[in-house]
Ligand binder design. Structure first.
Ligand SMILES: [Ca+2]
Length: 287
């Protein structure tokens, strides 16, 4: 028996930025990644209000002494946002950590212009004392969120893949339609998922004759998603997404011919282990 459910936010990517005091960046440092502090969220069908978002931040203490660090807003957030501080604890010279910084934003019911771009200003601050009163270093950075309403009339719908009649030209080592989960009855597209080296993935090629496009992919999996490759290059990392819940990836694409591949995490640390994922009601919108 199939299950249908609302969606959760997933997706986004991070950027590498530098500071003489504190280095923070928000995603993997693999060569070939396209760094950006932009995150993308398609608002349609999401179950959460407010939206539970997270900013991936890695930081390193480059000052030659131990400080106590806090990650917090460095300005008044835009309307609808809640940005609470997160204490990171003390860190030695060259010590650091990676955190998923939770922030929330009220879920926009619609966006007439199709896309709303909002920025939140954050700071990692280093203090000499654990009471966090003696500030001695600070690094500011800005994160940009793109909220996309695919129902807006500004978008041309280039593709809608329901998988109810076929695999819709998606390819992968182990793809088939399945009734176990779906958003549109009776089928979704099932894949095994595993590590990049195992090669389990969803892939499809698109020809986009528009200046901008978004590929919106709701997926439910018993693990998560590690990487989104575009034309063979890892370009986006998924920042959130719960196991066993529908998660909606939103992937920005540009003009031209593009192949998108979505890879999963292994289900455990056991080499060769793999899980299953189900994708349904994929949209490609453009303007
Ligand atoms: Ca379907």
């Amino acid at each position: 028996m199939g299950e249908s459910d609302d969606l959760n936010v997933a997706g986004g990517m991070g950027e590498l930025t530098h500071s003489g005091i504190v280095v923070e960046y928000s995603w993997a440092n693999d060569s070939g990644l396209s760094y950006s502090t932009d995150y993308y969220v398609c608002i349609n069908g999401l179950s959460d209000d407010p939206l539970q978002l997270c900013v991936l931040v890695d930081f390193e203490n480059l000052e030659p002494y131990t400080s106590y660090f806090r990650l917090e807003s460095s300005g008044i957030p835009p309307a609808g946002w809640v940005v609470n501080p997160l204490d990171l604890g003390w860190t030695y010279f060259h010590g650091g950590t990676s955190v998923s910084f939770p922030v929330t934003r009220s879920n926009p019911s619609s966006i007439a212009q199709g896309e709303s771009i909002e920025q939140i200003k954050l700071a990692v601050r280093g203090y000499a004392d654990y009471e966090l009163t003696d500030l001695r270093s600070q690094r500011n950075f800005t994160v940009t969120y793109h909220f996309i309403d695919r129902m807006s009339s500004v978008w041309a719908i280039l593709e809608k893949d329901t998988f109810d009649a076929s695999t819709e030209a998606w390819t992968g080592p182990s793809l088939s339609v399945s009734p176990k989960y779906y958003l549109s009855s009776p089928y979704s597209l099932k894949s095994r998922v595993g590590t990049l080296s195992q090669g389990w993935s969803y892939s499809k090629s698109f020809q986009i004759n528009y200046s901008m496009a978004y590929l919106i992919c709701p997926i439910i999996s018993n693990n998560g998603f590690s990487s989104i490759n575009i034309d063979g290059k890892p370009c986006f990392a998924v920042t959130s997404g719960a196991e066993e819940e529908w998660c909606q990836l939103t992937i920005p694409l540009g003009r031209g011919s593009t192949t998108v591949s979505i890879f999963g995490f292994p289900t455990s640390d056991i080499p060769g282990d793999h899980g299953l994922a189900y994708m349904d009601d994929v949209f490609l919108i453009a303007k």
